[in-house]
Design a protein around this ligand. Sequence first.
Ligand code: HEM
Length: 531
Amino acid sequence: MPVADAVSILSQGYTPSIILAVVAVLLIIRQRLAVQLDPKEPPILKPKVPYIGHIIGLFQHHGAYFDKLYARKPMPIATLPMINAKLYIITDPVMAQNAFRHKNLSFDPFTLEFAQRMLGVSDESMVPVRFAGDEKNPGFLAQFLKEIHEAMRGEYLHKMNADVLNGVAVTINELGKTFEPESLFYWLRGTITVATSNALFGSFNPFKDDPALGDALWDFDNGLMGLILNLFPAITFPAAYKGRAKIQEALIKYYTAEHDLDPSVSQMAKVRAALFRRKGIPAFDIGKFELALIHVSTANAIPTLFWNLCFVATAPKTTATIRKEIESIITVSTLDNGKREAVIDITKFDTHCPVLVSSYRETIRLANAQLGARRAMEDTILSDGKNEYLLKAGCDIQLPAGVPHLNEAAWGPTASSFDATRFMSPEERGDSSAKARLEDREQKRSYFPFGGGKHLCPGRNFAFAEILGTIAVLVTGFDVNNRDGGMIEIPKLGRARLGEGVAKPTGKGLTMGARIERRTGWEDVVWKFTC
Ligand code: HEM
């Protein structure tokens, strides 16, 4: 049928004025939906499907969507239109660091919005938390940040490191000659969840004797985005919802009994609870808030440990080098019961174990794709030293670390593969030429797995000690193989989901078993750490 005939059939019964009205409405909708862009704002990166393409892309591909966008069109900074809103993304390392440090670009709105949805805290308890400060008093979040950063330094950090690693040692020392976990990931997850929660919550740690509570934490983690969306979460994300309730019930009992005042408790847990109390928040809501403490302390560290162990256990040369490095910081003595005690001095990791440390940083480079979030609180000019961009007040900014972490311009043609020695310093590699030092500087700039500015992860030094200490003992004291005794296969390392910083293994990777066997010469050894 000719087009003209089709149009006339379609318009039968309609007057031209109705058709004109429909067209006008469509144009108005289009104009309303079109993102208004100041010429000084970052250039627009259009989605393939108009208006909603970026939203679909993010929900479909999670963190990997930013890799896809960058592969399609590498842009240092861009505006993503989303229906009639816009999101800025920054992948240029210099601009990202400037964004992390900029006083107008804040993380606080996300803390406030997400805390309540994620943790289900009461409106009354959010009132003091929302206090932004005045001439006389600092805001709640500013005070909170200052106190938790101070609580993760010096003697407080040493205590936490010693507590977590001696907790790991308890589990390791109980292993027989051969131990075969059905899932390497779940075994590490259970062991580190208990050791970390002991280090945080001390002698009355509710996770200590209740493995179901550890499982509940990971159910919560698995459905975190669903809880944040908050659309009938009891029905839409029942496992996460129940997991949250179970842990919060245990933590409410803990804070009601004021177990956080016990001397065995970490300074980190103590100062947080003390501040909540000073602001009049009841134990009921402190228990709810502090689910965030155990979650943030385990969610990224445990998958990082898993990937680090997989990378090292599948590289015999790296394993051999790391064993030599660790052996140089172990002191062995004979105990009264005739057993030998091997003490690992973790304060020597940096000076004596360059490959171990480098393998950790390299694991993080590949596995960490955190999507640092900030909101522009005022119209703000951001610069990379050459170009300036306007970020409009109220717009959100995303700083996806995964893009610079895999950028060949910084890391060379092997950017997407694991190189255990990549993070050794030019001096450690025996090449301190100007070129090597320049490359090293460029790489350091392109690496921001722990965020930046005043929100730079306060747990990064604890994670360093916990992960490297666990790797050190497993690699030196044991052979880690698959259940048949052959080399394990590294599971597929994907990109983190929205709400995660580090990807967890999926599918077969989750259920990959292992054989952990005491090494010849180390069979009768009891492990310990000095921190
Ligand atoms: C490999 C492990 C870890 C990674 C990759 C990691 C990463 C991060 C990132 C990306 C942020 C947000 C920073 C920003 O937006 O600028 C963060 C914040 C935070 N992390 Fe970690 N983290 C790890 C381990 C830990 C541990 C073990 C703890 C506690 C013992 C911890 C406690 C925190 C806290 C309390 C915050 C919030 C800080 C704030 O709001 O300013 N993290 N972490």
